[in-house]
Ligand binder design. Structure first.
Ligand SMILES: *[C@@H]1O[C@H](CO)[C@@H](O)[C@H](O)[C@H]1NC(C)=O
Ligand SMILES: *[C@@H]1O[C@H](CO)[C@@H](O)[C@H](O)[C@H]1NC(C)=O
Ligand SMILES: *[C@@H]1O[C@H](CO)[C@@H](O)[C@H](O)[C@H]1NC(C)=O
Ligand SMILES: *[C@@H]1O[C@H](CO)[C@@H](O)[C@H](O)[C@H]1NC(C)=O
Ligand SMILES: *[C@@H]1O[C@H](CO)[C@@H](O)[C@H](O)[C@H]1NC(C)=O
Ligand SMILES: *[C@@H]1O[C@H](CO)[C@@H](O)[C@H](O)[C@H]1NC(C)=O
Ligand SMILES: *[C@@H]1O[C@H](CO)[C@@H](O)[C@H](O)[C@H]1NC(C)=O
Ligand SMILES: *[C@@H]1O[C@H](CO)[C@@H](O)[C@H](O)[C@H]1NC(C)=O
Ligand SMILES: *[C@@H]1O[C@H](CO)[C@@H](O)[C@H](O)[C@H]1NC(C)=O
Ligand SMILES: *[C@@H]1O[C@H](CO)[C@@H](O)[C@H](O)[C@H]1NC(C)=O
Length: 446
């Protein structure tokens, strides 16, 4: 059963257009009834309908509530007023013998029941709208109802089916479906709602994405629904050409390399389509177009600035990153006295050895007394041997991204680096007893 939508009405009039607009009439009626309480009250007929969500091809029944006592005839109209030119039919109740008399709005599908209910078969979308019913006799009563006839929605067509656009452009998608204003159109991107700054127009049938970014790339669908059905379009794919952004080398800042070693660099860039690379040394094009570049650092002249430049022809954008390579001699610098006597050097060497032995002994002692596994693990990770410049760079930036973490571990196990960290004893597996022990220790000392 549908809901009732009824209002107070003035007595029915028989002239076209005399009803005026509904809210105005309602207001007038309200004023009249409040100012003139002696005026005869106008009965409002509640109207219900079945099915609740009528759809095209179905039959529908509009049922008028209230009494039929002293009622001589009842009339049904299309629209909001009791206008004879909009009358579907008038029904004369027994004993009057005339029965159903059709009016100008009769379409051949309407019949009336003995209880004054209106049956409409084989509904069309045009049957949507307002209906007015009136009872004439001892008391005149009027009722109104608004009916929405829905259709089974077909799959909407989404155009264009695929789009490739450069970032910052505006993308417009059209969803074509029933023109009925009752159809609700919504949009999805990869099964989630579209971004908040998307613009909807034309009753949500047009989606505009101003200033697209790489995050807008994806698969778009429009979903149409009404009370009796829903349907989704096939997806339209949006490809966004962007970048290059975030151009970076796997070595950064200033690095110190040994004369004669191989310098291998890799360049990365966030770009679609993939960026084209160019490599420069001291601003001279090296005619290499791969993402990697390597050079044997044979002479002192190989030290300088190595630059990677990334270019995307679609966006006509360029990005670059460079690393400064300083060279150091392969052999350690000559130690010809340098102010220190051989005795002093020997003393330092012996002192250092004794120091190392003492520290090792201390570490072993503390370690066998348990509970320091975690601390040692930390020490060994901190002791990654590498060139000072690079190590500094890593420790400053290692928290920045996963990529740099990878770089970091690669470096730790690089064959060119002396494996000093390995000499530390492996940390014991973490166990509850360790934790308990240290807690007890803390309590005892505190
Ligand atoms: C609609 O009503 C007609 C008779 O008025 C009947 O023949 C038909 O089967 C009904 N259709 C539906 C879908 O109920
Ligand atoms: C229902 O109406 C449609 C047009 O709206 C028509 O094609 C169809 O034949 C009608 N069906 C019946 C059973 O009258
Ligand atoms: C609906 O009404 C319009 C004009 O009001 C008419 O052109 C159209 O043919 C009607 N459709 C049906 C299915 O009755
Ligand atoms: C039904 O009546 C209301 C109130 O007068 C009006 O706003 C609405 O447009 C009408 N609906 C149709 C389909 O005519
Ligand atoms: C348009 O979409 C917005 C947000 O999804 C929704 O609130 C609104 O009801 C829709 N309007 C129509 C006519 O579908
Ligand atoms: C869409 O229709 C299907 C069945 O056809 C139903 O299961 C689903 O709940 C409907 N979704 C919405 C949003 O109405
Ligand atoms: C940088 O990348 C190149 C090429 O993949 C690789 O050979 C080199 O070891 C990398 N350098 C570092 C420090 O990760
Ligand atoms: C490159 O520049 C560095 C200084 O920035 C210089 O030492 C080196 O000789 C230059 N190499 C060449 C081949 O120009
Ligand atoms: C898009 O806009 C951003 C921000 O204004 C700008 O940095 C970028 O260069 C633009 N991209 C293109 C291809 O114009
Ligand atoms: C690409 O950008 C350069 C300047 O960065 C400009 O001179 C050139 O005209 C642009 N080309 C196109 C096709 O837009």
């Amino acid at each position: 059963m549908g809901e009732t939508r009824a209002g107070r009405r003035p007595p029915p009039c028989r002239q076209p257009g005399c009803g005026g607009s509904w809210p105005a009439t309602l207001l007038a009626a309200a004023i009249l009834s409040s100012c003139l309480p002696l005026t005869q009250a106008q009965e409002v007929i509640p109207i219900t309908w079945t099915p609740q969500y009528p759809r095209t091809g179905q039959n529908m029944t509009l049922k008028a509530g209230g009494t039929l006592e002293k009622v001589v005839s009842c009339s049904w109209f299309r629209g909001t007023v009791t206008d004879v030119t909009k009358r579907i039919l008038v029904y004369y109740l027994p004993p009057v013998a005339q029965g159903q008399v059709n009016g100008p709005s009769y379409t051949g599908r309407e019949t009336v029941g003995a209880d004054c209910s209106l049956h409409i078969r084989n509904l069309t979308l045009n049957d949507s709208g307002n209906y007015t019913m009136s009872k004439e006799g001892g008391v005149t009563a009027v009722g109104h109802v608004t009916i929405e006839v829905s259709e089974i929605l077909n799959r909407p067509a989404l155009t264009p089916e695929s789009i490739t656009m450069v970032e910052n452009s505006t993308v417009v998608l059209q969803c074509s479906t029933s023109t009925s204003s009752r159809v609700i159109v919504s949009w999805l991107k990869d099964v989630a709602p579209v971004r908040g700054t998307a613009e909807l127009s034309n009753q949500n049938r047009t989606l505009t994405l101003p200033g697209i970014t790489k995050d807008d790339a994806g698969s778009y669908t429009c979903v149409v629904s009404n009370p009796v059905s829903n349907a989704s379009s096939s997806p339209a794919n949006l490809v966004v050409q962007y970048g290059p952004y975030d151009v970076r080398l796997n070595q950064s800042g200033t690095i110190s390399e040994t004369l004669g070693s191989l310098l291998a660099l890799q360049c990365l860039a966030d770009s679609f389509p993939l960026a084209k690379f160019q490599w420069f040394f001291n601003d001279t094009d090296q005619n290499v177009d791969k993402d990697t570049f390597s050079v044997q650092l044979k002479t002192w002249e190989n030290g300088g600035v190595y630059k990677c430049q990334a270019y995307n022809a679609r966006t006509n954008r360029t990005g670059s990153e460079s690393v400064t390579v300083t060279l150091k001699s392969k052999d350690p610098p000559p130690t010809n006295g340098g102010g220190l006597s051989s005795g002093a050097i020997a003393g330092i060497v012996i002192g250092s050895l004794v120091g190392v032995a003492l520290i090792s002994g201390l570490i072993y002692f503390v370690y066998t007394k348990t509970s320091l596994g975690r601390t040692e693990q930390h020490i060994s990770n901190g002791n990654i041997p590498s060139t000072p410049g690079h190590n500094q760079g890593v420790s400053e930036t290692k928290a920045r991204s996963g990529e740099e973490d990878i770089q970091y571990s690669t470096l730790a196990f690089s064959p060119s680096s002396p494996a000093k960290a390995v000499s530390a004893p492996p940390p014991p597996p973490p166990s509850e007893s360790n934790t308990i022990y240290s807690e007890i220790k803390k309590k005892l000392s505190g």
